[in-house]
Design a protein around this ligand. Structure first.
Ligand code: MN
Length: 196
């Protein structure tokens, strides 16, 4: 067995329906993410990276090692931030206050975040992160990049690789991104903001 393992989902494979189908979860978690885990374990074997944690590898590796480590870190944050659909799903507490203060309102934040994901050309991820001063920032990261590479603390991410939505939404990426708001587990996301 390799050093890194496929994360166990904190919900059933069909728990995110109809926003994300069981079939998409099966391929995305069981095939795509498993592939990145297998590739990284093979790549680090016998190298100085074999003893490093995921974030360290993402901050210091290059090439295929960086790409596979980045995709594992990205997907772990992604899959762990969801739960079953909830109507009128919103952030609460300190993070909600920071979102209101910086983006004007929760709705304005949602609009800016979806716009950022919808306009990212090709494959990548849209992120909400906190900087060293706790200020919130939305960034587009291409391919396997992660905000930790810019010194940011990642809080929330939407995957805009086609494998994340094509079985359910085909070319309708904005529809998929707008639907994801129903399944964000804001307790998990707010937990990532604690201490900012
Ligand atoms: Mn993905």
């Amino acid at each position: 067995m390799g050093k890194f393992e496929l994360i166990t989902l904190p919900y059933a494979a069909n728990a995110l329906e109809p926003v994300i189908s069981e079939k998409t979860i099966g391929f995305h978690h069981g095939k795509h993410l498993q592939g990145y885990v297998n590739n990284l374990n093979a790549a680090i074997e016998g190298t100085p990276f074999a003893d490093k944690d995921l974030v360290e590898i993402v901050k210091t590796a290059t090439g295929g090692m960086l790409n596979n480590a980045g995709q594992i870190l990205n997907h772990n944050l992604y899959f762990q931030q969801f739960r079953s659909p909830l109507a009128d799903n919103k952030s609460t507490g300190e993070l909600a206050d920071a979102i209101d203060a910086q983006f004007g309102s929760f709705e304005e934040f949602q609009k800016a975040f979806v716009q950022s994901g919808a306009t990212l050309f090709g494959s990548g991820w849209v992120w909400l992160s906190a900087d060293a001063d706790g200020k919130l920032v939305i960034t587009q990261e291409t391919n396997a990049a992660n905000p930790v590479q810019k010194g940011l603390r990642p809080l929330l991410t939407f995957d805009v690789w086609e494998h994340a939505y094509y079985l359910d939404y085909q070319n309708r990426r904005p529809d998929h991104l707008n639907a994801l708001w129903q399944i964000v587990d804001w307790d998990v996301v707010a937990g990532r903001y604690v201490g900012c």
